[in-house]
Design a protein around this ligand. Structure first.
Ligand code: CTP
Length: 402
C-alpha cells in the first residue's frame, strides 16, 4: 500500500504557465491513493480549467470565496481543516507575497491564513521575480513560520530565460509530500513523556504565581514525536494551544500535579521536560480572596520550593527513562549554566536557550538552541519551534536506536 494512501491533500493551483504540471501532480497523488481537493485561484484558471482538475481529482473544485452554496455546504475554513496538508503548486510570486503578508483576499489566501495544518509550497516564476529581494524576503518569512519549500529547479524557462524558477517536477513534489505526511516510524512502540507550558501556583481563589511560557515548544515536540510514531504522554500546564493531534494529553495546573501526572505516566522510554515549572508555591493558599485594606500592610507570602520534576525523572532507579532531556532557559553564561544544570539535574541532554533574546523566544514562534550532550555542544541556527521540535525528535529517535 502507498505511504500516502488515505491521506488528504488540499492543492492550491495559482497562476503561472507551470500550472499544467499540477495535472500530473494530481494524477500521481491519486495513483498513490491520496485524496486531492483542488482550489484554483483566478490566475490559475487562466492556465488550467476547473474541469480538468475535477476530472483528475474526482472532487469538486473550489475557487470562489463568496460562494453562497459552498458556504452553506461547507465553510471555507472547514476546507483547510479537513486536509492533512496544504500544497501550493505552482506557487506564484503573488500568492507567496500574499501569504507572507497574511492577506485573505481570495479563497486560497484565506485557507492558507486559516489553516492549522502544515503547508508546502512549490514556487514557479520567472528567474528575476524569484531572485528579487521582495520574493526572497517573503520566502524567508514563510520559512521562519514553518512553511516547507520544494524547488524551484534551475533550467530553461517558458519566458526564454535560464536560472532558478522552474516548478519542481511533480514526482519531486510527491516525494516532499511523503516526507511531510509519512515521515516514518522511527519511534514506533516507544513511549515518551513530554512536559509543556507553565505551571500556576495558587495564592488565593483568584490569584496565582506563573510565568510567560506559552507551551509552543513543548507542544511542538510532542507533535513531532507522535509524527515519528511514538506514543506520547503530554503533561501540560495551562496554555491556550489546542491539544496536538495523535497525542495523549493530561492537563494540570500546579507543579505538584505535573509531577504526579509524570509519575503516573511511567514507565517511559524517554522524557522531555520542556515545562517552565514555577520554582515556588505559596505555603498557605488562602481559601478566600485576600483583601487589601488602607491601614494594614500588604499580605506577605511565604514561598516553599516546588519539586523538581526533571531531577525526579532523571534520578537513578528502575523506572528511569533511558533518555531524559531537560531544557535550560538562561539569561547569561548560557552554556556554562546549562552544563551545570545538566550535571545537577542528572539528565542526559539539555536544550539550552537564551530567555533574554530580544525577539522574545519565550512565547514567540522561533527558538535558537544549543543541544548539550555527553559528547559536547551543538549550536543550532534560529529556527521555527516546529523545526527545533522535528530535529530534536529525530535526535531522540537516533538515541533510541530508531
Ligand atoms: N524543571 C522541572 N521542575 C522544576 C523546575 C524545572 O522539571 N521544578 C525543569 C524544566 O522543565 C527544565 C529544567 O528543569 O527542563 C530547567 O528549568 P529552568 O527553569 O531553566 O531551571 P531551574 O531548575 O528553574 O533553575 P534556575 O531557575 O536556577 O535557572
Amino acid at each position: 500500500m502507498s505511504r500516502l494512501a488515505g491521506r488528504r491533500v488540499l492543492l492550491i493551483i495559482s497562476g503561472g504557465i507551470a500550472a499544467y504540471k499540477a495535472l500530473e501532480l494530481i494524477r500521481l497523488l491519486r495513483a498513490a491513493e491520496c485524496a486531492v481537493q483542488c482550489v484554483l485561484t483566478r490566475g490559475g484558471a487562466e492556465f488550467v480549467t476547473a474541469l480538468s482538475l475535477q476530472a483528475l481529482s474526482e472532487n469538486r473544485v473550489h475557487g470562489d470565496l463568496f460562494s453562497l452554496t459552498e458556504e452553506s455546504e461547507m465553510g471555507h475554513i472547514q476546507l483547510s481543516r479537513a486536509a492533512d496538508l496544504l500544497v501550493v503548486a505552482p506557487a506564484s510570486a503573488d500568492i507567496l507575497a500574499r501569504m507572507a503578508a497574511g492577506l485573505a483576499d481570495d479563497l486560497a489566501a484565506t485557507l492558507l491564513l486559516a489553516t492549522d495544518k502544515r503547508v508546502l509550497v512549490a514556487p514557479a516564476m520567472n528567474v528575476r521575480m524569484w531572485l528579487h529581494p521582495a520574493t526572497q524576503a517573503n520566502m524567508a518569512s514563510l520559512a521562519a513560520r514553518g512553511v516547507t519549500v520544494v524547488g524551484p529547479g534551475v533550467g530553461a524557462m517558458a519566458c526564454h530565460e535560464h536560472g532558478p524558477g522552474r516548478l519542481a517536477e511533480p514526482a519531486e513534489i510527491v516525494a516532499a509530500i511523503e516526507r511531510l505526511l509519512a515521515p516514518g516510524d522511527a519511534l514506533a512502540g516507544r513511549h515518551v513523556i513530554v512536559t509543556s507550558g507553565p505551571t500556576q501556583e495558587p495564592i488565593d481563589p483568584v490569584r496565582y504565581l506563573a510565568n510567560r511560557s506559552s507551551g509552543r515548544q513543548g507542544h511542538a515536540i510532542a507533535a513531532a514525536l507522535a509524527e515519528l510514531g511514538a506514543r506520547v504522554s503530554l503533561i501540560s500546564g495551562p496554555v491556550t494551544l489546542a491539544d496536538p493531534p495523535g497525542v495523549g494529553v493530561c492537563h494540570v495546573v500546579t507543579a505538584a500535579e505535573m509531577l504526579a501526572a509524570c509519575q503516573a505516566a511511567l514507565p517511559a522510554d524517554a522524557a522531555v521536560c520542556c515545562a517552565a515549572v514555577a520554582d515556588w508555591r505559596v505555603a498557605e493558599v488562602a481559601s478566600q480572596k485576600l483583601k487589601k485594606s488602607a491601614d494594614a500592610a500588604p499580605a506577605r507570602l511565604t514561598l516553599l520550593p516546588n519539586p523538581d520534576i526533571l531531577a525526579s525523572l532523571a534520578a537513578p532507579g528502575p523506572l528511569r527513562p533511558k533518555l531524559v532531556v531537560g531544557f535550560a532557559a538562561e539569561t547569561e553564561h548560557i552554556l556554562a549554566h546549562a552544563q551545570a544544570k545538566r550535571a545537577r539535574k542528572g539528565c542526559d541532554w539539555i536544550v539550552a536557550n537564551d530567555a533574554s533574546a530580544p525577539a522574545g523566544i519565550m512565547g514567540g514562534a522561533e527558538n535558537e538552541v544549543h543541544l548539550l550532550t555527553a559528547e559536547g555542544v551543538e549550536s543550532w541556527p534560529r529556527l521555527p519551534k516546529t523545526e527545533v521540535a522535528r530535529r530534536l525528535a529525530l535526535r531522540i529517535a537516533g538515541a533510541m536506536g530508531g
